[in-house]
Design a protein around this ligand. Structure first.
Ligand code: SF4
Length: 174
């Protein structure tokens, strides 16, 4: 034990530092998302996150959206507690058998206009869980998907760019 404590104190973390976000690029992207949301919705964008079976790696990056580094709420991007208040369902993970019905019901509870975004490789294609006996498959195997964000996990900037593309080009589900 003492050996491990000494090693931790003398060698520091073994993880690599993450890429530093560019404040200027983030500001520009965030302002564009805020502007697109105002044009498309007449207000800010509300997101309901649905973990359909993720390892929670994607959630760490999604949580980073609200941390002091990114602080995307300043651009009017809000996470809401109920699908009834959401414009976007941001779905992570492969869809496990236990979450398939819950995901369908969550989509049904979301008012129009609404979009479904598959966030991360698992949500897009099944990722490392593809073929698992516990999974139905990627998100599109359960509900229609409007946008796919690859990555394991995608970075907050990727999420922001994808939301911008969604607001600018995607058709809202009827
Ligand atoms: S894409 Fe990667 S980080 Fe996200 S749920 Fe799958 S394995 Fe985890």
């Amino acid at each position: 034990m003492l050996k491990h404590i000494l090693k931790a104190l003398t060698e520091g973390p073994v993880t690599m530092p993450g890429p530093a976000p560019s404040p200027a690029a983030l500001e520009e992207l965030g302002q564009r998302v805020a502007g697109a949301a105002r044009v498309r919705l007449g207000r800010s964008l509300a997101i309901r996150e649905v973990d359909a079976g993720s390892c929670n790696g994607c959630e760490l990056e999604i949580h980073a959206i609200n941390n002091p580094v990114y602080d995307l709420e300043r651009f009017g991007i809000r996470f809401v507690a109920s699908p009834r208040h959401a414009d976007v369902l941001l779905v992570t993970g492969p869809v496990t058998k236990n979450m398939a019905e819950a995901l369908r019901r969550t989509l049904d509870a979301t008012p129009d206009p609404k979009w479904v975004v598959a966030c991360g490789d698992c949500a897009v294609s099944g990722g490392v869980f593809a073929g698992s006996y516990a999974c139905v498959g990627p998100v599109e195997a359960v509900v229609p998907v409007d946008l796919r964000i690859p990555g394991c996990p995608p970075r907050p900037e990727d999420l922001l760019s994808a939301l911008l593309a969604l607001l600018e080009v995607a058709d809202a589900s009827p």
